[in-house]
Design a binder for this molecule. Structure first.
Ligand SMILES: [Mg+2]
Length: 137
């Protein structure tokens, strides 16, 4: 399954690594180095998933997540936080801010595509809900 994914990370090495791994999987990748850039990208297109670094210069990833989840246009876009392993408690903070999940950095490049795919298949939409109901008939 190929998806459109926005990667938000101010570390250019992380941004490139995450993007390269997912591009290799066939996904369409959009990149942003901070919250402002992310909002400019999102004004033009809605991705299937946002991979959100938490520590960003200016507006941090949790604030941006709260903002996007509060807006009708962007509230359904799944957001997965990229949380640093060393930053204890960031996983819970990410979920409290409205993230649909989190992946711990540094990413394991062998596991990462499957981790992302798992989040892409979590479709909290009516279409999925209806097809689930049908399968129970
Ligand atoms: Mg960062």
């Amino acid at each position: 399954m190929s998806a459109k994914i926005l990667v938000v990370d101010d570390n250019p090495i992380n941004l490139k690594l995450v993007s390269d791994v997912l591009e290799f999987e066939g996904h369409e990748i959009l990149k942003a180095g901070d919250a402002e850039e992310a909002q400019i990208v999102l004004a033009g297109t809605l991705p299937d998933l946002i991979l959100m670094d938490i520590a960003l210069p200016g507006m941090d990833g949790l604030t941006l997540t709260r903002k996007l989840k509060a807006e009708e246009r962007t509230c359904h876009v799944r957001i997965v936080a990229l949380t640093a392993f060393a930053m204890k408690g960031d996983d819970q903070k990410a979920l409290s801010a409205g993230c649909d999940g989190y992946i711990t950095k540094p990413i394991d490049t062998r596991e990462f595509p499957a981790q992302v795919a798992a989040f892409l298949q979590l479709i909290p939409s009516k279409i999925n809900h209806e097809s689930n109901q049908k399968s129970h008939d």
